[in-house]
Design a protein around this ligand. Structure first.
Ligand SMILES: Nc1ncnc2c1ncn2[C@@H]1O[C@H](COP(=O)(O)OP(=O)(O)OP(=O)(O)O)[C@@H](O)[C@H]1O
Ligand SMILES: [Mg+2]
Length: 509
C-alpha cells in the first residue's frame, strides 16, 4: 500500500530510476553517434522512444465519413445510433430537417463526446471535424457527390475503448450499432407509393417503359383506424410480423420470401385502406400496378423486375384487370403458338412471374390482390398456396361502428350515454352498410347528436330497403321452386326418372 510516509522514498526512487534511464540514453546516443552511420540515427531514435513510451491501454477506431469516393456506411450508422445516446451532459447539438423527412434530426456537434456501454465494455465516441487533406480533384468529385455542399472538412467519429475488447467491439458492438441504426431508419422511413406513369408509354424499341413515378404515401390509415373485427386485425398483424422475421425459414424450406393476400368484399369496405395500413405498419413501399396499361407478359416481367425489396405489389380489381386479356387469349388460343403468348398479358403469365422468376430474385415481397367479386376469380388464383391469406372485408359490424364513432366523433358507446346508440348498434349489421357509408354519415356534422341522428336515419332507411329486397328475392325463389316442381312432375310423367336436369343436383362432367 502506498502511504504518505513512503512518499519521499518513492519519489527519490523514481528520480534515481529516471536519472539512470537518462544516463543510459545519453550513453546509447553517444555510442550510436560514433558507431552507426548518420543516415540511420533518426530511425533508431524514434524506435527507441517508441519502446520507452508507456503504451496506451486504449484503442481508437477512426470512422471517416467517406471511404474513398463513397460514403462510409459505418459512419452513417454511427451518426444515427449516437442520436439515441445523447446524454444531458452533451453541450452542443446539431439540429436539421429535410423536406423529405417528417422528423427533426438531432446529432452531436464537433468535438462533443458521447459515452456508451455495451456488454460491460465502456466506449467513448467523439465527433471530429478537421481540415481535409485530400487532393483538390478528390474534393471536387466529393463536392459533386454531395450536391456541392462543402466537403473541405473531414468528418469522422473516433471510437475509443480498452484494447482487450477489440474483437468484441468489431464483431458484436459495431453490428449492434448497424442494427440499431437500421431500426431508426426504418421508423423514420417515408413510405412511397409507386405508380407507372401512363405518359411514359413505350420507348422507341416498342418496349413498355418500366419507369415508376413515386409520391409519398400520405394515406393516414393504420390498424388502429381500420373498422374491422379486432381478431382479424390481430391475425393480419401477427401474420405480417411472422413473415418479416422468417428470412432464415424461407431459405431453409426453399421457398421464395413472399406472401400473398387476397382482399375481397364490396366497394367501400376498406380494401385499399387496409393496404395503406399494412404499408404504414411495415414501412414497405407500395407499387400500384395497373394491369390494363400492360400489354404483354414480357412487359409485365420487366416492370416487376424493376420493383424493390421490402415492398407491396398491389393489383386492384384483379377480376376486371385480366378479364379482357384472358378472353382475347382464350378466343385465339387454338391458333396461338405457346411462344406467342408472351405478346399478351395473361393470368397464367402474371401468376408465373409472381410464383417463379420474380419472387425468387427478390426478398420480403408482399403481393396484394383485391376484388369486389371473389366468385368471379379464376380458380387458378384461388388455388391453395397461391394467395396465402384470403381476407374478407365485410359490411360494417358492431366493432367497426365503435371504431368509426370513436375516430370520427370521439364518441365511445361504452362510456358515453346517448339515446340513439342502442338503436344504432341494433341496426348496424342488418342494415348492411359499408364502413365508407358510415364514415360519410358521421362526417356530416361535428355535433354528436346531429351525426348520430343522421346515421340512425340512414341505417333505418337501408334496413327497410334490404328487407324489401330480401322479400322480393324470397318471392322469386319460391316461384322458381314452384315452377321447377311442376317441370319435374311433367318429366316424371313422360320419361319416368332418368338423368333430367333436376335443380340442386350438380352436373357431372
Ligand atoms: N374498414 C374501414 N375502416 C375504416 N375506414 C374505412 C373502412 N372501409 C372504408 N373506409 C373509409 O372509406 C373510404 C373508402 O374505402 P376504401 O377505398 O378503402 O374501400 P375499398 O374497399 O378499397 O373500395 P373499392 O372496392 O371501391 O376500391 C376510405 O378512405 C375510408 O375513409
Ligand atoms: Mg379500393
Amino acid at each position: 500500500m502506498f502511504s504518505l510516509k513512503d512518499a519521499p522514498t518513492t519519489a527519490s526512487t523514481l528520480f534515481s530510476a529516471y536519472a539512470s534511464f537518462a544516463a543510459s540514453m545519453m550513453l546509447v546516443r553517444s555510442m550510436t553517434d560514433q558507431l552507426i552511420p548518420r543516415q540511420l540515427h533518426s530511425y533508431i531514435y524514434s524506435s527507441l522512444s517508441y519502446i520507452f513510451t508507456p503504451l496506451s491501454p486504449h484503442l481508437t477506431l477512426i470512422i471517416d465519413e467517406h471511404s474513398g469516393m463513397t460514403r462510409n456506411q459505418v459512419y452513417d450508422a454511427a451518426e444515427l445510433y449516437l442520436r439515441t445516446k445523447i446524454s444531458p451532459l452533451t453541450e452542443r447539438l446539431r439540429v436539421s430537417k429535410t423536406p423529405r423527412k417528417k422528423t427533426i434530426s438531432i446529432s452531436i456537434d464537433q468535438g462533443q463526446q458521447v459515452n456508451d456501454t455495451f456488454d460491460n465494455v465502456k466506449l467513448t465516441w467523439r465527433y471530429v471535424c478537421s481540415s481535409d487533406q485530400r487532393s483538390e480533384s478528390q474534393n471536387h468529385s466529393l463536392r459533386r457527390h454531395n450536391n456541392n455542399q462543402s466537403s473541405e472538412k473531414r468528418r469522422c467519429f473516433e471510437l475509443t475503448f480498452h484494447k482487450k475488447h477489440k474483437d468484441k467491439v468489431v464483431d458484436f458492438y459495431l453490428p449492434h450499432v448497424f442494427a440499431q441504426a437500421n431500426a431508426i431508419k426504418q421508423k423514420e422511413k417515408v413510405v412511397k407509393l409507386y405508380t407507372r406513369d401512363p405518359c411514359l408509354g413505350d420507348d422507341e424499341n416498342g418496349m413498355g417503359s418500366s419507369i415508376w413515378g413515386s409520391v409519398n404515401l400520405e394515406h393516414p390509415a393504420t390498424f388502429e383506424t381500420m373498422a374491422m373485427e379486432p381478431e382479424l386485425k390481430r391475425a393480419i398483424v401477427e401474420d405480417m410480423d411472422r413473415f418479416v422475421k422468417r428470412r432464415e425459414f424461407y431459405k431453409k424450406v426453399g421457398k421464395a420470401w413472399k406472401r400473398g393476400y387476397l382482399l375481397y368484399g364490396p366497394p367501400g369496405t376498406g380494401k385499399s385502406s387496409l393496404i395503406a395500413a399494412m404499408a404504414n405498419y411495415l414501412k414497405f413501399d407500395v407499387y400500384d400496378l395497373e394491369l390494363t396499361s400492360i400489354h404483354s407478359n414480357y412487359d409485365l416481367r420487366r416492370i416487376l423486375l424493376s420493383t424493390t425489396n421490402r415492398s407491396i405489389l398491389v393489383i386492384e380489381d384483379i377480376d376486371c384487370s385480366l378479364e379482357m386479356h384472358d378472353r382475347q387469349f382464350n378466343e385465339q388460343q387454338h391458333f396461338v403458338h405457346q411462344q406467342q403468348s408472351n405478346n399478351r398479358l395473361t393470368l397464367s403469365g402474371l401468376l408465373n412471374f409472381i410464383d417463379g422468376l420474380w419472387s425468387s430474385c427478390g426478398d420480403e415481397r408482399i403481393v396484394v390482390f383485391t376484388t369486389n367479386h371473389k366468385d368471379r376469380l379464376d380458380p387458378a388464383l384461388l388455388r391453395p398456396g397461391r394467395m396465402d391469406i384470403h381476407i374478407h372485408m365485410s359490411y360494417c359490424t358492431t366493432s367497426g361502428l365503435r371504431i368509426l364513432a370513436s375516430n370520427y366523433l370521439g364518441f365511445h358507446g361504452d362510456n358515453h350515454h346517448h339515446r340513439l346508440w342502442g338503436e344504432i348498434e341494433g341496426l348496424i349489421e342488418s342494415a348492411k352498410v359499408t364502413p365508407a357509408e358510415v364514415a360519410e354519415e358521421l362526417m356530416k356534422s361535428d355535433d354528436v347528436d346531429v351525426a348520430l341522428d343522421r346515421l340512425a336515419n340512414f341505417l333505418k332507411h337501408n334496413k327497410v330497403e334490404n328487407d324489401e329486397t330480401e322479400e322480393e328475392a324470397d318471392k322469386i325463389e319460391n316461384q322458381e321452386a314452384k315452377r321447377q316442381k311442376m317441370d319435374d312432375h311433367n318429366v316424371n310423367k313422360i320419361g319416368g326418372g332418368g338423368f333430367g336436369r333436376g335443380k340442386g343436383r350438380p352436373m357431372q362432367q
